[in-house]
Ligand binder design. Structure first.
Ligand code: SF4
Ligand code: SF4
Length: 214
């Protein structure tokens, strides 16, 4: 069965022609998802601990800082403006308007893309969300697993990070595949990501409004 990201890629060939960067984002997310699927299958076959993460579990979306690249923000803008429709679109628009960035407050707010306990942008969620898995017990209410039990984070082979990061850097114009792989291996992606709260989220709302269909 095709993954959600590959289904989306197949559904919107005209968007890939129009937005040349979009193919790199699809590639980054597909490669990352493939790596995670392999890791989960390997864990299951070895009898290792599996992630507690499951559909509808969302404590991590309430209190973790989401970091992402501009390319990923563009992808979210496209998904919100040109893919989502109806109530799903309106709800996320409202969440974004209410998500007033407050860079002075040392408080991480619930993710504005969370809707009724589920990710409203799931196929296009950022890399940081795609690789976030906690082994063993589900995070109880109020737990910040990143602080409380970092030893329970599922570790991945470096290639997972490097493959996705290479494609993101290519989409951001950092050079050829070989050049971007070298940059990814040296950790350059970390230098080009920002917290969601520091991103120009008003632009997302403006784009949604400009592309709103009657
Ligand atoms: S990280 Fe914790 S809260 Fe998030 S999906 Fe996994 S178990 Fe649930
Ligand atoms: S983008 Fe989706 S998965 Fe990531 S924190 Fe927000 S709601 Fe959770």
């Amino acid at each position: 069965m095709l993954s959600m990201i590959r289904q989306l890629e197949q559904q919107y060939p005209e968007a890939i022609r129009k937005y040349t960067w979009l193919k790199w984002l699809f590639k980054a997310y597909s490669l990352t998802d493939d790596c995670i699927s392999r890791e989960l299958a390997d864990r299951a076959s070895r009898g290792d601990r599996l992630p507690a993460c499951a559909d509808g579990c969302h404590e991590c979306c309430l209190r973790n800082e989401i970091i992402l690249s501009k390319l990923e923000l563009q992808g979210l803008s496209w998904y919100l403006s040109e893919v989502l429709t109806g109530d799903a679109r309106e709800t996320l628009r409202k969440h974004l308007v209410d998500f007033v960035p407050d860079q002075l407050a040392d408080v991480v707010k619930p993710c504005p893309f969370l809707v009724s306990g589920r990710c409203g942008v799931y196929p296009m969620r950022p890399l940081t969300c795609r690789i976030f898995y906690v082994l063993g017990d589900r995070c109880p209410s109020g737990e910040d697993a990143a602080m409380a039990r970092s030893a329970d984070f599922m570790a991945f082979h470096k290639s997972m990070y490097v493959n996705g990061a290479t494609a993101v850097l290519q989409g951001m114009g950092y050079g050829t595949a070989r050049e971007c792989r070298k940059l990814a291996e040296s950790g350059t992606l970390v230098k080009v990501v920002r917290p969601l709260q520091a991103m120009p989220l008003g632009v997302l709302v403006a784009t949604m409004d400009a592309l709103a269909k009657d």
